[in-house]
Design a protein around this ligand. Structure first.
Ligand code: ISE
Length: 335
């Protein structure tokens, strides 16, 4: 029987995951949905056989046929949803960020450690993108020697209304933080943020673009160009510089067209399109592992370590100074 999933939050990512679970993923069905807005919940459940609509996440998790939970509500709502899932012993795929700050992320880590088994996979989907997977394989092979630097590029066409400077770190740079930790197998020890004069296209009060630097336990320096109102499309890329070679992923041109004396192609409009394959693979792997009774992929520890680095990032943003990352001890469950 397919895995019955309660989807919490039916906004941009939640709606996309509902579509994916319903039409792409094998061995899964959307059994319940929850959204604070009852009309949006009802709309999301519409046309899915046996799917019930709720406003309370805990009620959706208690609905008939629910075996697992996909949390896609905004970050500040994650801790409560995870607590409700833990109370029912339900496996969870939790969209990033795990929670919006390090203290709450650590509470989640401690609660899961008390359960004595992993229930959560964090939705750092770049780890399932073909290009990033190949880059990871290459770095792990040692073919280029030690990795010395990573250059990340992260551009969005526009920020959603209400996006803040802190969200530039917590919602966007959090991906570079996770990818850096994962590619290098190192922790981030400090963050610096440099702020050029904002683009005229940046909403008032938002310091966009920014240049964010990480120092790691392995002594690497990694930079991220974050440009969230570039207007022209969505671009995420990463270049690794090793002792004997470099490798770059993310500037895939898809289809390269020659016509009318020009060559060129198109840029993906947003992350839903750019990472469609990664999201599909991430969700399928989560469903498969859950049906086998196992938990894989990025853990609550990864979510916490990312939150701790984000917290340093937000501090560096406001003070303009280098901010050290403070990490708690790693519980045995995550070693
Ligand atoms: C968004 O929340 C995401 O997770 C996207 O992957 C990222 O590119 C974007 O900047 C975030 O706002």
């Amino acid at each position: 029987t397919p895995l019955g999933i309660a989807v919490i939050g039916t906004g941009r990512m939640g709606a996309d995951h509902i579509r994916r679970l319903h039409t792409v993923t094998n061995g899964a069905r959307v059994a319940a949905v929850a959204d604070l807005d009852p009309d949006r919940a009802a709309h999301a459940a519409h046309g899915i056989d046996g799917c019930t609509a709720h406003t309370d996440p805990a009620a959706a998790m208690a609905a008939p046929g629910v075996d697992a939970v996909l949390v896609a509500s905004p970050g500040p709502a994650h801790e409560a949803a995870l607590t409700a899932a833990f109370a029912r012993g339900l496996p969870v795929l939790c969209e990033k960020p795990l929670t919006p700050d390090a203290a709450s992320a650590l509470r989640v880590v401690e609660a899961e450690a008390r359960l004595g088994r992993r229930l959560v996979q964090v939705g750092f989907m770049r780890r399932y993108d073909t290009g990033y997977l190949r880059l990871k394989e290459l770095l792990d092979s040692g073919a280029h020697g030690r990795t010395l630097m990573l250059h990340h590029r992260h551009r969005n066409p526009a920020t959603p209304p209400g996006f803040t400077d802190a969200m530039l770190i917590n919602d966007s740079v959090v991906h570079e933080i996770d990818v850096t930790r994962w590619l290098l197998g190192e922790e981030i020890t400090a963050v610096h943020v440099l702020r050029p004069t904002p683009s005229g296209a940046a909403p008032a009060g938002l310091g966009d673009p920014q240049l964010v630097l990480f120092e790691t336990t392995g002594g690497q320096i990694c930079d991220t160009e974050l440009f969230q109102n570039c207007g022209f499309g969505y671009q995420v890329a990463c270049e690794a510089v090793g002792e004997r070679g470099t490798a770059r992923t993310g500037d895939d041109h898809g289809l390269l067209v020659n016509a009318d004396g020009r060559w060129g192609g198109t840029i993906t409009p947003g992350y839903v399109e750019r990472f469609a394959d990664a999201y599909d693979r991430q969700v399928q792997r989560w469903v498969d592992a859950t049906r086998r009774g196992t938990v894989e992929g990025p853990s609550c520890w990864d979510g916490y370590a990312a939150a701790a680095a984000c917290e340093a990032g937000v501090r560096a943003q406001t003070t303009g100074a280098r901010a050290a990352v403070e990490l708690a001890g790693r519980p045995g469950l995550y070693r």
